[in-house]
Write a protein that binds this ligand. Structure first.
Ligand code: NAG
Length: 334
């Protein structure tokens, strides 16, 4: 109850995100690095959504999920990186409390959605590789849309409960958050009001959304690997294995860091490390996912080459037309 009395003294309306404040001298380097990451992430993911939407040969369940994931990654990156960029450039580190709540809500809802989508994608690969005869009847377009929609709705509904609990927190004491975005634990730590409910619900949600999806993903990949090992040709086996292991690697880093940060108990020392772990699932995953999942695929490369060809052809012919017309030559006149 002592905590509540403190709350009556000063009411804080702004929080300070310390971000990467420990590296004050490297501000410009951090800015340039994160700007490059942001531009690459947005370009890669938007490219994939564009390719999948415009190419009929990519209208399959696998690419539907990949496009959906890429679409999510653009939002995901945009909830975190613009704020990091602004604060590393201008040293303006304050964030309003509604801003903080909004960032928390969108970010966590997108994390839950991403966990679901990654699990769905691994399940899709499991059916395609281990049950190829049932693939057509099992993974229908309608079912894929339902599965993806289920992930999005679950994420945003479940996290509105967290958002509601967060709006009930009050802040009065030190208002510095030892993190680069408004995350669950750092915010709960500086709240003056009782935050047990918020912390308990956060723990329950992070456990039920990360652990089962991770296990589902691992199980799918285990079945996939055992099936691949039975492929007779050595080169086919090697190729399938390399694709599979790179997927498994990024998925493990993603879920692994999420589970370390949100599910495992953490003490004072862990909290500093958590900031580093957070960089993996907030900043690096959206950057590498398009590279690992899509841009390495032969089908995507073919479509990309075709699209680039069409685009440069278009520009080229317009350029020629422009030059020709500026010379005053009208091809229609005799
Ligand atoms: C992602 O999935 C949702 C729900 O099924 C759908 O409405 C949306 O159009 C999909 N987006 C892309 C880019 O495929």
């Amino acid at each position: 109850m002592e905590k509540r009395e403190e709350g009556n003294q000063t009411i804080i309306t702004e929080l300070i995100l310390r971000g990467f404040g420990d590296f004050q001298d490297l501000r410009i380097v951090i800015f340039i690095l994160f700007l490059a990451i942001y531009i690459l992430t947005m370009t890669g993911n938007i490219l994939i959504v564009g390719l999948v939407v415009t190419n009929h040969s990519l209208h399959t369940p696998m690419y539907f999920f990949l496009a959906n994931l890429s679409c999510l990654e653009t939002f995901y990156s945009s909830t975190i990186l613009p704020k990091v960029l602004v604060s590393s450039l201008t040293a303006e580190r304050a964030i309003s409390i509604p801003g903080c709540i909004a960032q928390f809500y969108f970010f966590t809802a997108l994390v839950v959605t991403e966990c679901g989508l990654l699990a769905m994608m691994s399940y899709d690969r499991y059916v395609a590789i281990c049950k190829p005869l049932h693939y057509g009847t099992h993974m229908t377009a309608k079912r894929c849309v339902h599965m993806a929609a289920g992930c999005w709705i679950t994420g945003f509904l479940a996290m509105s409960v967290m958002m509601y609990l967060m709006t009930r927190l009050t802040f009065c004491g030190p208002n510095e958050i030892e993190h680069f975005f408004c995350d669950f634990t750092p915010v709960a730590k500086i709240a003056c009001s009782e935050s047990q409910e918020f912390e308990l619900m956060g723990f329950i949600f992070s456990t039920i959304f990360t652990v089962p999806t991770f296990l589902l993903t691992l199980t799918s990949y285990t079945f996939i690997v055992t099936t691949i090992l039975r492929i007779p040709s050595a080169t086919g086996r090697k190729k399938a294995f390399s694709t599979c292991s790179s997927h498994l690697f990024v998925v493990t880093i993603y879920y692994g860091t999420l589970i370390i940060v949100y599910v495992l108990p953490n003490n004072e020392n862990m909290r500093k490390l958590n900031k580093v772990f957070s960089v993996f699932y907030t900043i690096l995953t959206p950057l590498v996912n398009p590279l690992i999942y899509s841009l390495r695929n032969r089908e995507v490369k073919v479509c990309l080459r075709k699209s680039v060809g069409k685009l440069t052809n278009g520009i080229w012919s317009k350029e020629i037309q422009g030059t020709v017309f500026s010379l005053g030559w009208n091809p229609k006149s005799p």
